[in-house]
Design a protein around this ligand. Structure first.
Ligand code: GDP
Ligand code: MG
Length: 178
């Protein structure tokens, strides 16, 4: 219904240490926090306006990671969420490989529906430590049929807001089609 289309439950997922909390805090407060309790799972509320509609976002900053924590916990997150920000870090190849696993897991639980997703590569400020190229990121996003953004929570470019808001728009579009 139209009413439902004004809510977006966003789940921020990805390997531990990729900067999920830093991205969420940067997006919501415009600040960068160097050390954020890696075991802390938090939900934040935020409002944005899309095409004259106020969207109520709930953002779940997850703490565990798929495959490490109980599958039950992850299933709960995935069932709860409308949209998923899949985060990896350009200096961590394992975190990049984790994205495809996450996508498979999402598909399994959300089927037969498609899932709203956006991919976010973080820590582009670490140029010299970079092991995953922009090209690889874009290719994977193409394969997974989702938008791709890259940026740095540390530097705090506008890309972070764009990634969250594109995901919110994607959730809205999908809900309006239902
Ligand atoms: P999470 O486990 O995914 O929530 O990751 P955190 O947000 O706790 O960040 C993990 C570590 O990466 C912390 O030491 C952060 O300071 C650091 N970090 C996060 N984002 C960036 C970034 O854009 N650039 C750099 N250089 N470090 C970052
Ligand atoms: Mg965290």
């Amino acid at each position: 219904s139209d009413c439902k289309a004004t809510e977006a439950k966003i789940v921020v997922s990805g390997k531990m240490g990729v900067g999920k909390s830093a991205l969420v805090v940067r997006y919501l407060t415009k600040r960068f926090i160097w050390e954020y309790d890696p075991t802390l799972e938090s939900t934040y509320r935020h409002q944005i306006t899309i095409e004259d509609d106020v969207m109520n976002m709930e953002i779940l900053d997850t703490a565990g990671q798929l495959g490490e924590d109980s599958t039950n916990q992850w299933e709960g997150h995935v069932r709860w969420g409308d949209g998923f920000l899949l985060v990896y870090s350009v200096d961590d190849r394992e975190s990049f490989e984790n994205i495809a696993q996450l996508k498979n897991f999402l598909d399994d639980i959300k089927k037969p529906r498609n899932v709203s997703m956006v991919m976010m590569a973080n820590k582009t400020d670490l140029e010299r430590e970079r092991v995953v190229s922009t090209d690889e990121g874009e290719k994977l996003a193409q394969t997974l049929a989702c938008a791709y953004y890259e940026g740095s929570a540390l530097l705090g470019d506008g890309v972070i807001g764009e990634a969250f808001e594109e995901l919110c728009r994607e959730v809205r579009r999908r809900k309006m089609m239902e």
